[in-house]
Design a protein around this ligand. Structure first.
Ligand code: BGC
Length: 244
């Protein structure tokens, strides 16, 4: 079975058909830059173009970088505020004329990692954290997702954690890997004190460079990089749509 997965990110909107049984892309992915500003109408046009590019006729799973409850986008920390309160599922479904599932981007990435990636067969509490424009989180208990946990917005030193420790914060602040690893460590210590996970999976584009910073991050919990990296969102979105 193949399902189209689309991952809406801060800089790019990426899509590809996903082979659900294998948990991998079934073809080359298409990436289109995220419109600026990333308003609902413009983003929906790009999403529909991706489905059109693949001549898609079946189910579609779509990630969104904010809270999504019953297809409605409730927050928009890193996209245009017009998204707050939008019925994104209906918007996308109408534009494409296809059945759609919409879920949080980190939740999607986590689902892929827990099903076919680095956290496969891991019992207990598993926390996936994605470091990109923001910090996304996905919390699993014996493989079951607790959706929309939003742990990137915990407060650290009086600031939103993602403003201090996201990959965007590293780039913007021109931080050395050592300095940024310190920020990540402080953040992970906070999170592990609250949730005592058995495993933390680090995702997002920066997980490709895990060897530069993970050895410098000292916490009690086992911390490993994601295996699906950039494709986790696409794969997880498709899996969520296939599950319905
Ligand atoms: C949003 C989350 C999202 C994360 C990663 C945060 O700012 O609030 O919903 O998962 O960024 O994109």
């Amino acid at each position: 079975m193949e399902v189209l997965g689309i991952d809406i990110g801060g800089s790019g909107i990426k899509g590809a058909p996903v082979d659900i049984a294998k948990g991998e892309l079934a073809g080359e992915r298409l990436r289109i830059p995220t419109p600026v500003p990333a308003k609902p109408k413009e983003v929906t046009e790009v999403v529909a173009r991706i489905a059109e590019h693949f001549g898609w006729k079946g189910q579609v799973g779509i990630t969104f970088p904010g809270v999504v409850v019953d297809g409605v986008t409730r927050t928009a920390a890193n996209v245009d505020h017009e998204w707050i309160g939008v019925d994104a599922r209906s918007l996308f479904a109408t534009a494409m004329g296809l059945p759609v599932v919409v879920l949080n981007d980190a939740d999607a990435a986590g689902m892929a990692e827990v099903t076919v990636g680095s956290a496969r067969n891991q019992a207990g509490v598993v926390l996936m954290l994605t470091f990109g424009t923001g910090i996304g989180s996905a919390l699993f208990v014996d493989g079951h997702l607790v959706p929309n946990t939003e742990l990137g917005h915990l407060e650290i030193r009086g600031k939103d954690a993602e403003r201090r420790a996201s990959d965007h914060a590293r780039e913007e602040g021109e931080m050395s890997w050592e300095k940024w690893a310190g920020r990540v460590e402080e953040y992970l210590r906070h999170v592990e004190a609250l949730f005592s996970p058995s495993l933390i999976v680090i995702g997002g584009g920066v997980s490709k460079k895990a060897d530069r910073f993970l050895p410098l991050v000292k916490v009690r919990t086992r911390v490993i990089p994601a295996t699906l990296q950039n494709e986790a969102g696409i794969v997880g979105a498709a899996m969520a749509a296939a599950a319905l």
